[in-house]
Design a protein around this ligand. Structure first.
Ligand SMILES: Cc1ncc(COP(=O)(O)O)c(C=O)c1O
Length: 401
């Protein structure tokens, strides 16, 4: 009998994390600001900024916290309109609501990327934009930056699923004014919970650092690139001392100890994930009922899951397909079909005057999501692919009958 691979487990945590955690447990030094220097959270910030090629990084409790702090650090007034894609995780409109701003939703196409016509049409009156690279699918960042730069609108990149993705050779998360990443489970780097934001803007990072909970003079433990003192940063901290509220969204040293040994593994994880994804994509695309959208030309992806659209299937056939795959051991999430799905915009009912997005809705009703952890072998990928193709055969044969 064929063995269905375990896609539930996340990537293994490197052994080195154990020693680092043991050391922290011995000393009890779990708070990032206790040690005078070299706390695991500070080292993580230095390493992450250098890995991505940004001047500054701030590690926080989640990507949601990073998104919220980014909006607050931009100094947006209450009720500012923030444009977000209609296909993202509920955490994104939630961060906008938390920052006392109003989410404006734009349409997303069948290729899971922002519909640039609708984006341009909705920019009027918008004071900030969050680009969610949902499931690591990169929208047209050249067009987005051109439109936003021309209007002086700051762009926040939600790169929760894009660690390791590049656009025209630039790291995702470094193209907008600020980039936000997640270390929550099922991300390229996993500590259960955690997030980080990166930017080159000294005032933005100074405000975000203080608001994240660097009370009194704890900001002195935040340095410039390569852990060096930065006069530009010190001046920015002096400007913002006591001027902004403290939201206390700090990361614990324990989480940083789990994250740091994973960073050197990132490049290999990205290569493995892309190779696996592209192999499965090619095999699935041989079916005329399945379409795995191609990346945009400047985009080099870092996937740990695969998304594909069911072509020409009814609602009932879509349900049959998902059930047939599940019966064989592969869980397929159809974003728009599972009850209360947090990625279906119609479930974000906390948004006042929630708009209808017909194009995004149609996409979500046929878009499937399957985990492909980067550690899977070719044989395991074959099993998953064969199950998906068999499920499609069963569905279309039933429809024909
Ligand atoms: C696209 C997207 N953005 C933001 C987040 C928020 O991340 P976190 O759970 O770290 O707050 C998530 C969560 O998975 C997400 O899927």
């Amino acid at each position: 009998m064929r063995q269905v691979p375990n896609v539930h487990d996340a990537e293994p945590i490197p052994e080195a994390a154990r020693a680092a955690i043991e050391e922290l447990l011995q000393s009890g030094d779990l708070f990032r600001y206790t040690a005078p220097q070299d706390a695991p959270v500070s080292l993580l910030e230095e390493e992450f900024a250098s890995l991505l090629g940004a001047k500054y990084a701030l590690a926080v409790s989640s990507c949601s916290a990073a998104l919220f702090l980014s909006l607050k650090a931009l100094g947006l007034p209450r009720d500012a309109r923030v444009l977000i894609p209609g296909f993202t995780f509920a955490a994104v409109p939630s961060a906008v609501a938390h920052a006392d701003c109003k989410p404006v939703l734009c349409e997303v196409g069948e290729n899971y990327r922002i519909d640039m016509g609708d984006f341009a049409a909705k920019l009027k009156g918008v004071q900030a934009v969050i680009i969610s690279h949902m499931r690591g699918h990169t929208s047209d960042m050249d067009a987005i930056m051109e439109l936003c730069d021309a209007r002086g609108i700051p762009v926040v990149e939600d790169a929760a699923h894009s660690l390791g993705t590049t656009w025209g050779g630039r790291n995702i998360g470094t193209i907008g004014k600020v980039g936000c990443f997640s270390f929550q489970s099922y991300k390229m780097v996993n500590s259960g919970e955690g997030g980080i934001l990166i930017t080159d803007d000294a005032d933005l990072i100074a405000r975000a650092v203080i608001m994240s909970g660097a009370y009194e003079h704890n900001w002195k433990k935040h340095k410039g690139p390569k852990g060096q003192n930065s006069p530009e940063l010190e001046l920015a901290f002096a400007r913002w001392q006591n001027q902004v509220p403290l939201y206390n969204l700090r990361l614990s040293n324990l989480s940083a100890a789990v994250i740091r040994p994973q960073l050197p593994k990132l490049a290999q994880r990205v290569l493995d994930g892309r190779r696996n994804h592209d192999y499965v994509a090619e095999r699935l695309n041989a079916s005329s009922f399945i379409d795995v959208p191609a990346p945009l030309p400047p985009e080099v992806r870092a996937p740990d899951s695969i998304q594909f659209n069911l072509v020409g299937l009814s609602d009932e056939e879509t349900r049959t397909f998902a059930a047939a795959a599940e019966a064989r051991g592969v869980k397929v999430q159809v974003f728009g079909m599972s009850t209360d799905n947090a990625r279906a915009f119609w479930n974000w009912q906390f948004i006042e005057d929630l708009p209808e997005l017909p194009q995004t809705r149609a996409m979500l009703m046929r878009a499937c999501d399957v985990r492909l952890p980067v550690r899977l072998t070719r044989e395991e990928l074959d099993v998953i692919t064969e199950i998906l193709l068999e499920a499609m055969e069963e569905t279309t044969a039933r429809a024909a009958a």
